[in-house]
Design a protein around this ligand. Structure first.
Ligand code: ZN
Length: 192
């Protein structure tokens, strides 16, 4: 039975630590596999689209991503459960899109962040197998948000116009309609 962990909030130093990379051998240990199950369970419990290990106070380079009809982000295309270990992202080309992001570690705030539209992902899965894939569109935005956490970066650091900052209630009232129109075009362009 997995354990639901407490999630660190902005201001806690663990969110600013660069996560330690881990070896394939360490990854295969029973305690690390239990930790990954806990990370996934905590992400699902909080309705997150992703969760990085330092968000549950353990600064190691592991994050989980999953979108399945997410109530926090109803416009996001689904992403099957993905665990990335030691992930490195490289942008392909210069194209970006504007993403209205939120974060379980930044309660009740959202803001617009430019994200690369296409990235190359190099990582290990939870069993130490190599992952090499190209990810596009809104899905690529989710990957960039989670891997940022492992580098001690929050979406707040990437908000270029502070006037886009909004609570979730004011997002619904004033920003959602325009954003959903724009992001739907992004989803249609990249297919994810
Ligand atoms: Zn986050």
């Amino acid at each position: 039975m997995a354990t639901i962990h407490k999630i660190a909030s902005v201001g806690h130093p663990v969110l600013r630590q660069v996560a330690r990379r881990i070896t394939a051998e360490k990854l295969k240990s029973p305690s690390m596999q239990v930790f990954i199950d806990d990370l996934i369970a905590t992400m699902r419990d909080a309705n997150g689209a992703g969760l990085a290990a330092n968000q549950i106070y353990k600064p190691i380079a592991i994050c989980a991503i999953e979108v399945h009809d997410n109530p926090r982000y109803p416009y996001k295309p689904n992403i099957p459960l993905t665990v990335l270990v030691n992930p490195v992202l490289s942008p392909i080309g210069d194209a970006t899109f504007d993403n209205y992001e939120g974060c379980l570690s930044v309660p009740n705030l959202r803001g617009v962040v430019p994200r690369f539209a296409e990235i190359q992902v190099s990582a290990m899965d939870r069993h130490g197998n190599s992952i090499e894939e190209i990810v596009r569109g809104v899905k690529a935005g989710t990957y960039q948000h989670e891997v940022d956490h492992l580098n001690g970066t929050l979406f707040l650091d990437r908000v270029t116009n502070s006037h886009t900052l909004t609570t979730w209630t004011e997002f619904e009232r004033h920003h959602k309609e325009g954003f959903v129109k724009q992001i739907t075009a992004t989803v249609n362009q990249y297919g994810e």
